[in-house]
Structure formats: C-alpha cells, structure tokens
Design a protein around this ligand. Structure first.
Ligand code: GTP
Ligand code: MG
Length: 324
C-alpha cells in the first residue's frame, strides 16, 4: 500500500492541527494510530479518552476497509479467511514449532518463561536468524527487531547460528535491528516508536528479552504494584496492537519466581502476575532436563497441554537427533 494511503488526514476526526501534533509525537501514519493507546492520544491532542478511542477506532475501521485488519463484527468465515494471513516463524526446532502449532505466529505474542539458563535468550537469537528465511524455509522473509533489557544479546552467537545453518552471516547481521533498553521509560518509548522501524526495516519479528526485568528492578515494594501492572499492561497492549496491525510475530521472555506455598508439582510460576498471564497469546514454560530442554505449552486457549524436547546447539535452538 502507498504511503499516501496511510496518511493521518485520511481518518475522520483527525484535523490538521491534531495531525501535526500526532506526527511530531511519532504517530505518523494510520497504522500507528490504530496501534496507539487512548491515553497517549489524549496526551498529544487533548480532549477526552472517548474522543481518543473514537479516533483509534476510525483508524482501525479504515484499515479494515483496506483489507488490512479485521472489523469489530465479522463473520466466522471472514475470520477463517483472514487466519490465512497469519504466518509462522520457525524457532529452529521442529519439535518446538510443532508445540506452537507451526512456529511463532504472526499477529500474536508468544511468551517464553523459565529459570536462568533455560534457553529463552537462545530461542530469541535463533528466531532472529530464522525469521529472515523465506516462508518456504520456515521464515517470514523479513528482518528482526531485538530489544534487549538485560544486556545478553550476542552478535557472535547470531553469526554462529547463521553459519551453522549455511547462511551468509554478514547478511544475517544486517537484518537484525538491535536496541538496548535501559529503563521502563526508555523501553516504553522504544516500543511506542516501533511502528516506524517495522516499516523502514521490513521487520517481521519483534523480540523483547526480557519484558519484565526492568519493571522488577524499578518497582520495588507492594505499594508500587498497581503502577507497575498498569505500565506493563500498556506495554503488552501495544505489543499486541503492533503484532496485529503489522502482521508481525512478537516474542517476549519472562522470568520465574518460586511460590513457597506449593506442595505438589513445580513451584515455579511466571512473574508479572495477571497482566502478563492474560496478555500473551501463547505461554511456553522452559525447563532444563539434562542436556535437553523441555518446553510445555501452558494456558493456551487453542492448544491442549503438550510438551516438546529441544536442545541448544551451535545452530541455536534445534532438535535432539532422535526427534528429527
Ligand atoms: P536467563 O536470561 O539467565 O534467565 O536465561 P535464559 O533462559 O535466557 O538462558 P539462555 O537462553 O541464555 O541459555 C543459556 C544456555 O544456553 C547455556 O546454559 C548453554 O547451555 C546454552 N548456550 C548458550 N550459549 C551457547 C552457545 O554459544 N553454544 C551452545 N551450544 N550453547 C549455548
Ligand atoms: Mg536470557
């Protein structure tokens, strides 16, 4: 679609003055308006939340008419047809892809949580390489945007994975856009500006490794919980919107905390409470099991409980020989 077709002036209710203010705040196109949150529109153009929500809704309706988004009420057959727009990015492991119903799904947020060393960052690195492959080879034919909050991104590891998979490492590195986010405010601002970077770099995968660590280190004590959850909710909401509006796959990682009052089973629970629990489309629990890694799909509305075994090798996330 042409850039002019996406200009904010196309949207009912966006007057010239408001358009300038939106553009200056980084909301440059209909896509970004459709992915915005009402509160930030109020901040930029004034007025009330209802008015802002109406603008966002108009932007979404416009994209629906252009065939880029689903409308508010649609027939089930339309949903089935649009489901065909969804693509899958391989994680590098056939077993893990199978667990995910085909791989990392576009228009969805996939969360990996587990203890340190369980393989979360390795999956992120591998997916950043895999997403560049054409669709017939398990990729999404686009770049990756890698947002790192923990400083664990490794360029050498990307090169190693690319080489082990027979890919040109220089080419692969050129298609991973990296950003180190230092605090919650910075992370929020970075995610807010993602639309532009997705379009400029033809990105099909967004990684946030990890989504929670900055929140945990900045919001300490029970009295800050409400504010923390509200900010986390806003961030997750936007990641969902971006996934949907731009048809990209979003991968987030999360830590675990042990719940002391568990008598049976595994005491580890994902952090982030209900906000994260309800905002990831798919949640996958990772566990180390000897040399292998165990992945379990939890809380999925679409998948029965299932498990997969994979391993971390020079090619990144991959399969043990026996399951290949
Ligand atoms: P935290 O971020 O600490 O919570 O852990 P994580 O879940 O992100 O762990 P990560 O993905 O970093 O996995 C670390 C594990 O991956 C290590 O214990 C190694 O087993 C494996 N690993 C890391 N780097 C390499 C590598 O270069 N080659 C191989 N073969 N394995 C690696
Ligand atoms: Mg990690």
């Amino acid at each position: 679609m042409k850039e002019s077709e996406l200009s904010l002036g196309k949207i009912d209710g966006v007057e010239a003055g408001a358009e300038d203010r939106l553009v200056n705040s980084g909301i440059c196109t209909v896509m970004e308006l459709a992915a915005a949150l009402p509160a930030e529109i109020v901040e930029v153009v004034g007025g009330d939340v209802e008015g802002a929500a109406a603008l966002i809704s108009n932007a979404r309706s416009y994209l629906t008419k252009k065939g880029l988004m689903l409308g508010e009420f649609v027939t089930a057959s339309e949903i089935a047809r649009r489901k065909k727009d969804v693509s899958f990015c391989s994680t590098g492991s056939i077993a893990l892809d199978r667990l995910l119903g085909g791989g990392l799904e576009t228009k969805a947020v996939t969360e990996f949580f587990g203890m340190f060393g369980s393989g979360k960052s390795q999956i992120c690195h591998t997916a950043s390489v895999m997403c560049q492959l054409p669709q017939e080879r398990g990729g999404l034919g686009g770049s990756a945007i890698y947002i790192d909050t923990e400083g664990t991104f490794r360029v050498n590891r990307l090169s190693e994975i690319a080489t082990a998979r027979g890919l040109d490492q220089a080419e692969v590195l050129n298609h991973v856009l990296y950003c180190r986010a230092y605090d919650v405010q910075h992370l929020t601002a970075v995610v807010k500006s993602l639309g532009l970077h997705i379009r400029e770099n033809s990105a099909r995968l967004i990684v946030v490794d990890s989504v929670i660590s900055l929140f945990r280190s900045e919001f300490i004590g029970r009295e800050t919980l409400a504010e923390r959850q509200q900010k986390l909710n806003g961030l997750m909401h936007r990641l969902h919107n971006l996934a949907e509006v731009y048809n990209v796959a979003v991968v987030i990682t999360n830590q675990v905390q042990a719940t002391p009052n568990t008598f049976f089973g595994d005491p580890n629970r994902p952090t982030g409470g209900h906000v994260l629990g309800h905002s990831s489309t798919y949640r996958v629990y990772l566990k180390k099991s000897g040399e292998e890694r165990l992945a379990a799909m939890v809380d999925s509305p679409y998948h029965p409980y299932s498990e997969a075994r994979f391993m971390i090798a020079s090619a990144g996330c991959s399969d043990p020989d026996s399951t290949r």
